[in-house]
Design a protein. Structure first.
Length: 212
């Protein structure tokens, strides 16, 4: 839970890839409101297939529907996939994030991963935090970043198919939150001490866990 607490302020909201029934193309317009205050929401994303627009200061939008999936989303609110209709008035509900954290090593363990997902389902939670880059500087998914490869940060991959994993989480109605540790990076610090924090003697600073 501590991982969730640290990064919930920068939660990345994603629209669930659940296609709505096919519709014919045409222009859609409407307004988006806060379901509690009934005030207009500015800057909400309104998406239909490849078409995307954002609401203005009055919560109004107009876009051309491609006849594919339709959805409304914005930071701090639950995503919505209402049936589009002329002059629609859509209320969004404030999002309360409740989730668990799955560590770098937990991602690679089917037992731990399924245990976390079972707990989320039983406790009626709605989010999961996963390590994209963990405390020890290891990157959980395959990367082509030359510095990461040279430093050995990608030697152990615990998330082989990130697209499939994220799609599965979305299909289960969960928000997937990426945890990316940026200050602690032992592999790169060892390879490139010129980029690392030094102690008062000018030597490589190492914390109590032995990490630079």
């Amino acid at each position: 839970m501590s991982g969730l607490t640290r990064i919930v302020g920068i939660i990345l909201l994603v629209l669930t890839a659940c296609p709505a029934p096919a519709r014919s193309a045409g222009e859609l317009s409407g307004r988006v409101f806060d379901g509690a205050t009934h005030g207009p929401i500015q800057g909400a994303w309104v998406v239909s297939g490849d078409g995307i627009t954002r609401t203005n200061s009055e919560g109004e939008f107009t876009l051309t529907s491609t006849g594919e999936s339709f959805g409304i989303r914005t930071v701090g609110y639950s995503r919505e996939q209402p049936a589009p209709r002329p002059g629609m008035q859509e209320n969004l509900t404030r999002l309360q994030v409740r989730g668990l954290y799955l560590s770098f090593w937990g991602l690679g363990s089917e037992l731990l991963r399924n245990g976390v997902l079972d707990t989320i389902a039983k406790a009626h939670l709605n989010a999961i935090v996963i390590d994209v880059k963990g405390d020890r500087g290891h990157i959980s998914h395959p990367t082509q970043v030359a510095l990461a490869i040279e430093a050995g940060a990608n030697k152990t991959v615990t998330m082989r198919d990130g697209r499939a994993l994220i799609a599965g989480l979305h299909n289960g109605g969960l928000y997937a939150i990426a945890r990316i540790v940026v200050f602690k990076d032992d592999p790169v610090a060892r390879l490139r001490p010129d980029l690392a924090v030094k102690d008062a003697r000018g030597q490589l600073f190492v914390d109590r866990e032995g990490l630079a």
